[in-house]
Design a protein around this ligand. Structure first.
Ligand code: 5GP
Length: 190
């Protein structure tokens, strides 16, 4: 998606260690007009799939998921990274190693909000090694929900998580696909 690629080129900052900082429009300040265009594009790509729920992970997935949900006319559920007092005891859980934070998160979703009748689109801001998506897919499997596919804003393709999931038959639609960030020069896959 050209709009997103231009944002990455103009405002993205390469921090080293394969980490791209996009705080100016995706992870801190949120560019809602850009999010709308992203939501429209995921709707176009997943139209006809009867998505009735969007699943994401806190925190940065929530904004893009909510705007996208307006195009799908469905609700959003986000996986929590800590056990707050109001989640109860009945939840699905999975663990995901965080590439950016260097720790493992136990993520959880209340059994009240994901069921075997759901057709789920998973949305997240980045796809690197695929840990977050694998954990979200595991949670859907535990609920018996159908994963229609995954909508990703920025996939760093060279880290391999996306292709590993695709080879397992998971549909992944990434709006910007980075093929290399060698020496801080960002290149996109066609
Ligand atoms: P994965 O689980 O696929 O290894 O990494 C995806 C998760 O890590 C995303 O939810 C995102 O929060 C974070 N992440 C991975 N790579 C980057 C990056 O280059 N920049 C930022 N800002 N977050 C990243």
């Amino acid at each position: 998606m050209e709009l997103l690629e231009n944002k990455i080129i103009n405002e993205g900052i390469y921090l080293g260690n394969d980490i791209l900082k996009v705080d100016g429009f995706l992870n801190h300040r949120l560019d809602v007009e850009l999010f709308s265009e992203m939501g429209k594009e995921w709707k176009r790509l997943f139209d006809g799939e009867n998505v009735n729920k969007i699943l994401t992970i806190e925190a940065s997935g929530i904004g893009i998921a909510c705007i996208a949900a307006q195009y799908f006319g469905c609700d959003v559920v986000f996986a929590k990274k800590s056990k707050s007092s109001n989640i109860g005891d009945d939840f699905y859980k999975a663990s995901a190693y965080s590439f950016t934070h260097g720790n493992t998160n136990e993520i959880m979703v209340s059994k009240n909000y994901l069921t075997g009748t759901d057709r789920v689109l998973i949305i997240d801001d980045f796809l690197a090694n695929g840990e977050a998506l694998n954990a979200l897919i595991s949670i859907c499997k535990q609920a018996g929900a159908e994963v229609v596919g995954c909508g990703i804003a920025i996939e760093k393709k060279y880290q391999g998580g996306g292709d590993a999931l695709r080879s397992k038959g998971i549909r992944i639609e990434s709006l910007a696909m980075i093929s290399s960030m060698k020496d801080g020069i960002i290149e996109f896959a066609c």
